[in-house]
Design a protein around this ligand. Sequence first.
Ligand SMILES: *Cc1c(COP(=O)(O)O)cnc(C)c1O
Length: 213
Amino acid sequence: MRSGIADACRAAARDPEDVTLIVVTKFHPAALVAALAALGVRDVGENRHQEAQAKAEELEHLGLDWHFIGQLQTKKARQAARYASAIHSIDRERLVAALADVDREIDAFVQINLTDDPGRGGVSPDGIEALAEQVLAAPGLRLRGVMSVAPLEEEPARAFERLAGYSERVRALDPAASAISAGMTHDYREAIAHGATHLRIGSAITGKRPEHR
Ligand SMILES: *Cc1c(COP(=O)(O)O)cnc(C)c1O
């Protein structure tokens, strides 16, 4: 995986040091996360609160950075904020309001919907500035940048090109909010080519996920 990332960075004339690999461990047991940690993995991604909370509690002694990458219910937000060092799925004002005054600073990524389907996760592009401004005003949140999942029905490169434009709009509000969380097993090369700084990669590293309910 590391060599694939290094190759894609070289092709894009980017420094691999500027790309953080988050290993997505959803549906896998805590033992697998512990094994990854023993190999040097520090950043892990989870998309369901209950599962993430259980693993983070069990593995608290490892001091890992837990990235929450899935849809987050408003009423679960404060619980997630206890173990998550970053939340990549900030997609609505009520969620920001729920996290605004948590007592540890959390890295926040505004999730953007790259499809025309309002049912998909993320804020629609016309709502980016309002949501980002709200995050900037929240003492418990540190705006890091944008996050997205490439739509299935589109070339990932085209979708990530749009995301890079949205990232520029967020950077216009705060130059420090320059992170782009994008790129999964099948599209990380395209994401790197379009400026991704945080890759969320699961199955390429962990193998096939166990069946889930
Ligand atoms: C599961 C998941 C990933 C990782 O997907 P892979 O295809 O296994 O690399 C990345 N991002 C999100 C939001 C996910 O839910």
